[in-house]
Design a protein around this ligand. Structure first.
Ligand SMILES: Nc1ncnc2c1ncn2[C@@H]1O[C@H](COP(=O)(O)OP(=O)(O)OP(=O)(O)O)[C@@H](O)[C@H]1O
Ligand SMILES: [Mg+2]
Length: 271
């Protein structure tokens, strides 16, 4: 369970303004306490039972609906939605084409109310206002997404988020990827983010500048993809020179479909 300070520091509301020049355009709306229940599963299902249809006109007050509509228009009418911390990825199956694109208020309500990830945040987080973060929809190639692991303000690890999938070009472009992310980190993130141990997620698509997708806490629960906590945990108490190069860990050969555990085992043997 995260501490209140973790929830605060990693809330998009806390970091977006500082990093907006290197992030995807996002509009953040605080959900007023009196309408939070509209985004909560039980309340929404009660309303639909009583009134047969889950009509957005009925559900949300006009003022908040206008804010959402304006935000949608401002972002080109197709958006990706998150709360302060998480995207409703487990609601993907309810979206058209399995994409989690949101194009209207009903989509947003549907994703929030059907996502266990979002609902758990509503239950677990206390004393922090909840937000809807609407982010301009962009096309992201899965091979272009990386999670960067920062320990004591030093970039130590880089992992593809699409793991374990084999991408041929990582071997050839590995050094370039490391250099590009290291430069991006040093110039834009290092000592600017409020914590010294954390992860940040980046999309690296050429020739554009890298963009930040998210920051996240670094702890036993963190999804480290190609790394394990057993390797990363001990680094938290280890002093290293600031010039130490990050490790870019990726699958080096295509050996078919692997479980995450198989992939980690294989990579340790080959290193
Ligand atoms: N603006 C966007 N347009 C299209 N797809 C997006 C956008 N933002 C994020 N995605 C896709 O959705 C995925 C999840 O987004 P994100 O990393 O922000 O969610 P998260 O809940 O913080 O994930 P995690 O729990 O792993 O940190 C990303 O890996 C990316 O592929
Ligand atoms: Mg995240």
């Amino acid at each position: 369970m995260l501490e209140t300070q973790d929830w605060k520091d990693f809330s998009i509301d806390s970091w977006y303004e500082k990093f907006q020049h290197i992030a995807i355009k996002t509009l953040i709306l605080e959900i007023p306490a009196d309408i939070l229940s509209k985004f909560q599963y039980e309340e929404a299902s009660e309303i639909s039972d009583d009134e047969e249809t889950l009509d957005e006109e009925v559900v949300l007050p006009n003022e908040f609906k206008e804010k959402l509509k304006n935000a949608l228009n401002c972002l080109g009418k197709t958006v990706f939605v998150k709360n302060n911390w998480h995207a409703p990825m487990d609601a993907k199956m309810f979206s058209v084409g399995n994409t989690l694109k949101a194009q209207n208020i009903d989509d947003i309500i549907l994703y929030f109310t059907t996502s266990t990830i979002i609902q758990e945040d509503f239950s677990n987080v206390k004393a922090i206002p909840f937000c809807i973060a609407l982010r301009k929809w962009i096309c992201i190639h899965p091979a272009a997404e990386f999670r960067c692991i920062v320990i004591n303000n030093i970039l130590r690890g880089i992992t593809p988020r699409d793991w374990p999938t084999f991408y041929n070009h990582y071997k050839e472009e590995g050094q370039e990827i490391i250099e590009k992310l290291q430069k991006f980190f040093t110039e834009n993130v290092k000592e600017k983010f409020i914590r010294k141990n954390y992860t940040f997620d980046v999309v690296l698509s050429y020739p554009d500048q890298p963009v930040i997708l998210d920051f996240g806490p670094l702890n036993t629960k963190t999804n480290l993809y190609a790394f394990s906590w057993k390797e990363i945990g001990p680094l938290l108490n280890k002093e290293v020179p600031a010039e130490v190069a990050p490790v870019f860990r990726y699958l080096e050969s295509d050996i078919g479909i692997m479980t995450r555990a198989d992939a980690l085992r294989k990579i340790r043997v080959s290193e």
